[in-house]
Ligand binder design. Structure first.
Ligand code: TYD
Length: 211
């Protein structure tokens, strides 16, 4: 198969963000298929990471009956992210792939501040490590009302709710995302529609970058 070079001006590192139940994972997989049909090499990835032990630490903590101080979750997400960037994202970019990540640092900024951790504390940890988070070229935020997201989650898991899937909490997370959207210039997509319609809009908005 002949692969196409990604044009220099096109986003190579693309992140999907949204509250739990926003439908971002499906949209990411459809965009990935769309790009591959156009012969772009795509690396699909996610946080917490599925294939790495750092992601397993996070998943175990999220599923645990024991609840930890918010700082513990912060550190867990950050250790997973640093591994993700160094061992997965950077090599994929260097190999000329388009990286599509389901969640990234904005999840920490939205969720851990909703857990009561100040933004300056998150930045402070990274500064103490002298570590700079690689910035994505494009962040697509799939926005859905909390009620819609919860309906999807309850339908999906038949009653069991994960740590972060509570109404008041998700409201706060969504508000945080909407603030971040302005600050970091996210592409905000209305996610309260048919998945096909959402995909069409995403292609309409970003397809031009990938001729
Ligand atoms: P996961 O089951 O992967 O959820 P989803 O399919 O919605 O992405 O669990 C990830 C959960 O962790 C989700 O509720 C979002 C939250 N999270 C944070 O709180 N901070 C982070 O930095 C990340 C990456 C995820």
């Amino acid at each position: 198969m002949e692969w196409k070079e990604v044009p220099n001006t096109s986003p190579r590192f693309v992140v999907f963000e949204g509250i739990d139940g926003s439908g971002k994972t499906l949209q990411l997989s459809w965009l990935s298929a769309w790009l591959q049909k156009r012969k772009y090499k795509v690396f699909v990835t996610e946080e917490p990471m599925r294939e790495s032990i750092t992601g397993h630490f996070v998943k175990i903590a999220l599923k645990s009956k024991e609840k930890y101080p918010p700082e513990i979750y912060l550190l867990l997400f950050l250790q997973d992210r640093i591994n993700h960037i160094e061992n997965y994202i950077k090599p994929a970019l260097e190999a000329g792939k388009i990286v599509l990540s389901d969640r990234y640092h904005f999840s920490t900024l939205a969720y851990q501040t909703a857990q009561g951790i100040e933004r300056s504390k998150i930045d402070g940890v990274l500064k103490a490590l002298n570590y700079e988070i690689l910035q994505p070229n494009l962040t697509i935020f799939i926005d859905v009302p909390v009620e819609v997201a919860l309906e999807r989650i309850y339908g999906r898991t038949k009653g069991t709710v994960d740590l972060y899937e509570k109404e008041e909490f998700l409201r706060k997370v969504r508000e945080n995302y909407l603030e971040l959207a302005k600050e970091f210039n996210f592409l905000v997509i209305d996610g309260d529609r048919d998945p096909e319609e959402i995909h069409e809009e995403i292609v309409k908005r970003v397809g031009k970058f990938y001729p």
